[in-house]
Design a protein around this ligand. Sequence first.
Ligand SMILES: Cc1cc2nc3c(=O)[nH]c(=O)nc-3n(C[C@H](O)[C@H](O)[C@H](O)COP(=O)(O)OP(=O)(O)OC[C@H]3O[C@@H](n4cnc5c(N)ncnc54)[C@H](O)[C@@H]3O)c2cc1C
Length: 421
Amino acid sequence: MSTMQERDPDTIVIGAGVVGLSTALYLLQAGRTVTVIDPLGPAGGASFGNAGMLSPDTAVPIALPGMLRQVPRWLADPLGPLVVRPAHLPRAAPWLTRWVMAGRPSRVLAISDALRALHRRSFTCWQELLGPACYHDLVRPVGSAQIWEGDAKSAAAALERQVRERHGIRAEPLGPDDLRQMFPGISRDVRNGLLVPGNGFTVNPQRIVAALAERFLSEGGEIAGERAMKLIPAGAGTGFMVMTNLANRSAAQVVVAAGAWSGELIAPLGLRVPLETERGYHAMLPAPNIAPPMPISNKSRGFGLTPMEQGIRVAGTVEIAGLTAPPDERRAAILVQHAKRLFPGLEHGAPSFWMGFRPSTPDSLPVLGVAPGRSGLFLAFGHGHFGMTGGPPSGQLMAALITGRTPEIDPAPYAPTRFGR
Ligand SMILES: Cc1cc2nc3c(=O)[nH]c(=O)nc-3n(C[C@H](O)[C@H](O)[C@H](O)COP(=O)(O)OP(=O)(O)OC[C@H]3O[C@@H](n4cnc5c(N)ncnc54)[C@H](O)[C@@H]3O)c2cc1C
């Protein structure tokens, strides 16, 4: 998998998900030598099985006003759209508290500004990283649809409209006739929808991240199949040694882009960032008899349905249960039921199930920048629900910060210091 570099690279990137590989490729293109290390290789984490929605025109954080009222329901229904496993509650409580606080209306608008600044560059950055041919093969900038069951829109709909107006995001209401024309076979229970023409999707999240890795290798980067076990400062600002399960590797700069596992890598250095994993599931339906032209987000039930190369992917839901508890496959199976409720005539072949770990901060914004008090150590994680969208622009920002160039966007809202030191 690797092309061998004889000398220490300028930069080691830990993690070969969308965020690590975007950062690595932008750094390589800025003239740096770069090694990426990951025991699973490209797209072995959350970047493998997500819903593939690329959403430059989505700027609404996950925590929204009124969430506190929902807590009892989250604890009671193991198959609901959002569940906290009781055994993990004591550990997750401080993060959940911050999460609820991030849902205050005043914070939501500030967070949406920062999400918008990052996300609006998504298609541009994907195209820069992949090159035009690969981009057109894998990306469909054709819009996305949100739908609601019954007549009621979610309580957050008014706030979402406010966010769209604030950022000049175009959206077109969809009535029952529009919905049935765009999505033949959709349930008559769906009477309300919204088309967001500026969004889109990838037809294969795993293949698009593998394409980043291929380009990185072909341009001289190195990928090593190793697990970082400890980050050891080399002393007097001369970089870091990364002890892996197979080697000792050194570089002037190290980037931690290990997704949901990033927190445990930096904790021994005394660095604490509130990072929880919002576990999500997918069910892949290999032989569907429907072909929606774009992804559909079901806002009433908290899942998405995306047309992909290998069939229809039904993905979503949130389970707060930490990094080690086994998956609850019932949560993936229920996604199949949701898809059938949405398209009552759906036939699909034998589904396959997957679970992945969203790396989530309480304020829905990633952590991007130099680690406090640790020059040479850079943090790039915490993209939560939006990493396929925000990963490439984050890589561009990280490369600018690491090489000392002026970044395209203001890095302040993503600063690792924003939660305190
Ligand atoms: C069900 C679901 C649906 C989603 N849908 C969407 C969507 O539609 N649109 C969107 O934009 N986002 C979506 N997301 C979110 C998106 O998938 C993530 O935000 C994104 O993949 C995170 O990328 P990452 O590179 O930070 O982490 P990951 O892809 O998890 O990569 C982290 C990598 O670090 C490696 N690693 C960990 N520890 C070490 C170590 N010690 N040493 C070396 N390597 C290590 C892991 O092996 C892994 O490969 C979804 C997520 C889920 C779970």
